[in-house]
Design a protein around this ligand. Sequence first.
Ligand SMILES: C[S@@+](CC[C@H](N)C(=O)[O-])C[C@H]1O[C@@H](n2cnc3c(N)ncnc32)[C@H](O)[C@@H]1O
Ligand SMILES: Nc1nc2[nH]cc(C(=O)O)c2c(=O)[nH]1
Ligand code: SF4
Ligand SMILES: [Mg+2]
Length: 221
Amino acid sequence: MHEEPAASGRRSYAIREMFATLQGEGGQAGRVSVFCRFAGCNLWTGREADRAAAVCRFCDTEFVGTDGSGGGRFGSAEALAEAIERMWPGEGPARRYVVFTGGEPLLQLDAALIGAVRARGFEVAVETNGTIEAPAGIDWICVSPKAGAEWRQRGGAELKLVYPQPELMPEACEDSAFGQYFLQPMDGPDRVANTEAAIAYCLAHPKWRLSVQTHKMLGIP
Ligand SMILES: C[S@@+](CC[C@H](N)C(=O)[O-])C[C@H]1O[C@@H](n2cnc3c(N)ncnc32)[C@H](O)[C@@H]1O
Ligand SMILES: Nc1nc2[nH]cc(C(=O)O)c2c(=O)[nH]1
Ligand code: SF4
Ligand SMILES: [Mg+2]
């Protein structure tokens, strides 16, 4: 059923999990962050049986359901923002930072939720596949476009291309307006080879920087 966004926000937000950690990737790597992972994606159902036929087939993330740690259905933007604030591990309100990810966060993130976390002193980041234009009020937009998918959000703080995607090579991503351009080696059985290939590409094309998934190396969420 179609849900009309209202001033007070969606009827509910479906959250897979929530946790405090260090941002592992991209231009904010190392920054203390609350991660709020929305359930659901428009490029894969999240079911292994559907992976081979999905638009996005290399996903490293569990995003189905609301039963992860800190997850649930939140009935209002205020209720979800309160839960995010409770997750913040720092001693005071300084440097508060929330990363909305998923699944695909722009299926659910709206003005009411952005306003509610900003009112609690959070800077707002999003990790998106770029198929849906971002709403106003986001401080750090990270777009990770996917081969075979529409790409609407073509500007932001960083573009983070999972590499390699033979049908979406870096050259094809440069008609866009991002502050930084990253290649992130595709994790999976070929991670080592993909990392070597990404390093070689960056060395030859210095517009591109390497993003390694540092949280996986560190064993933190
Ligand atoms: C799980 S996605 C969620 C946000 C959004 N759906 C997206 O794709 O950007 C978070 C980040 O992980 C990246 N990612 C997903 N699977 C990956 C993999 N196997 N190797 C490296 N990065 C991956 C995505 O491209 C994205 O930058
Ligand atoms: N530490 C950490 N950094 C991340 N950067 C992007 C992530 C994501 O899954 O969106 C992620 C994540 O899941 N954990
Ligand atoms: S678009 Fe993002 S969340 Fe969706 S399947 Fe791909 S990597 Fe996973
Ligand atoms: Mg992740």
